[in-house]
Design a protein around this ligand. Structure first.
Ligand code: NAD
Ligand code: MG
Length: 393
């Protein structure tokens, strides 16, 4: 036994790529962690199996019909898990007294309210859901501070930056070096990009992830969202965040200091490392990730990002500079664009076109309250759909 009192965990988005990796780490430390709540959108079979294995007090399915099916199956199995449904239940299980840590691993804007609920309830928030922070940056960081929450980044780059930062404050920090693999189309002929298929776009060279973030990696919008995420997490301007393309994904990001030092965090590309780090922080626990074999890696390469190949990355830098509404528009239009690309309504190079259209229509300035955030999100989704309607017959 670790001698540490066991922590109660809520996992938002338990059935996704991050959710499954989180349960894998937790299963290695049954004396340190116990599961309070697991949530999913519509993946009834996966959530049922997870409930059998981890015996949470609550299971939430956003879809009501799915919740009914899950409830019936769990009852038949003799489980005590209470099944809840609807989006409001996500916020409820984020704020339960018996929940110490909340893994925020819902994809996209759907994760905003439950992630924010965890911050407002003063939990340790393990934040994978970068879209929530991109949408609500200031509001989210204020909620963390005001309610004494702990915010630990799960995104591998931000986790690496967190590990490479000084223990207290930012003394001597010069720049954040945010690494990214460049995705599957880093060196593909630019004039062939309009013809790439969803299957090619989701085939990431190094990481295995959900569909949305995989497409974001192919456009490098993922790196753009991460630039904004880094600005909020570490309280730096976007001009202090340099994206470094590093195809091997061995260095997960770096911090450079005024004395010329550069501190990097390295490892195999496996999300169980940042998950284990954030669960156990400030301790270290086994994550199941294999040792990094430098002789196997052999070589580390670096390139400057190419904004004309990856316009989405440039849009993100500009949006953060412009203000909060622009970042919301960027994210909302991107979510619509990615879903439309995956369902073959638009092609790959139309993703940035549609985002640009929505950015031009965003309000100026930064929202101060949640309602203003949600209204811009809704409006920008409309703008994105309008672009599709006008450009497709
Ligand atoms: P995923 O698609 O594999 O899983 C998404 C999860 O969210 C599922 O459990 C699904 O049921 C739930 N969900 C989806 N839509 C929902 C809705 N409308 N309401 C409630 N729940 C909903 O995604 P993922 O790859 O695990 O990514 C999750 C988050 O973590 C994203 O924000 C992503 O950017 C971030 N992230 C992922 C990775 C990775 O390696 N997968 C790395 C860094 C950051
Ligand atoms: Mg990342």
């Amino acid at each position: 036994s670790s001698g540490v009192p066991s922590k109660g965990i809520t996992i938002l988005g338990a059935t996704g790529s991050i959710g499954v990796s989180t349960l894998d780490v937790i299963s290695r430390h049954p004396d340190r962690y116990h599961v309070i709540a697991l949530t999913a959108n519509i993946q009834t079979d996966v959530l049922f199996e997870q409930c059998r294995q981890f015996k949470p007090k609550y299971a939430v399915m956003v879809d009501e019909a799915c919740a009914d099916v899950l409830c019936a199956r769990l009852k038949e199995y003799g489980s005590d898990t209470v099944v809840l449904s609807g989006a409001a239940a996500l916020e409820r299980v984020s704020a339960l007294d018996e929940t110490d840590y909340v893994m925020a691993a819902i994809v996209g804007a759907a994760g905003l309210l439950p992630s924010l609920a965890a911050a407002n309830a003063g939990k340790r928030v393990l934040l994978a859901n970068k879209e929530a922070l991109v949408m609500s940056g200031k509001l989210f960081m204020d909620a963390v501070k005001k309610n004494g929450a702990e915010l630990l980044p799960i995104d591998s780059e931000h986790n690496a930056i967190f590990q490479s930062m000084p223990v207290n404050g930012k003394t001597g920090v010069k720049k954040i070096l945010l690494t990214g693999s460049g995705g599957p189309f880093r060196s593909r002929a630019i004039d062939t990009l309009s013809a790439v298929t969803p299957e090619e776009a989701v085939a990431h060279p190094n990481w295995s992830m959900g569909q949305k973030i995989s497409v974001d990696s192919a456009t490098m919008m993922n790196k753009g969202l991460e630039v904004i995420e880094a600005c909020w997490l570490f309280d730096v301007p976007a001009s202090d965040v340099q994206v470094v393309v590093h195809p091997q994904s061995t260095i997960h990001s770096m911090v450079s200091y005024v004395d010329g030092s550069v501190i990097a965090q390295m490892g195999n590309p496996d999300m169980r490392t940042p998950i284990a780090y954030s669960l156990a922080w400030p301790d270290r626990i086994d994550s199941g990730v294999a040792d990094l074999d430098f002789f196997d890696v052999a070589q580390l390469d670096f390139e400057k990002p190419n904004f004309s190949r990856f316009p989405c990355l440039k849009f993100a830098y500009d949006a953060h500079e412009t203000g909060g509404y622009a970042s919301i528009a960027l994210n909302a239009a991107n979510e619509v664009a990615v879903a439309s690309f995956l369902s073959k309504q638009i092609n790959f190079t139309e993703i940035p076109q549609l985002i640009e259209f929505a950015l031009e229509r965003a309000r100026s300035g930064t929202p101060l309250v949640l309602d203003e955030i949600l209204v811009q999100d809704r409006d920008s989704r409309e703008h994105a759909r309008l672009w599709i309607k006008n450009n497709k017959k």
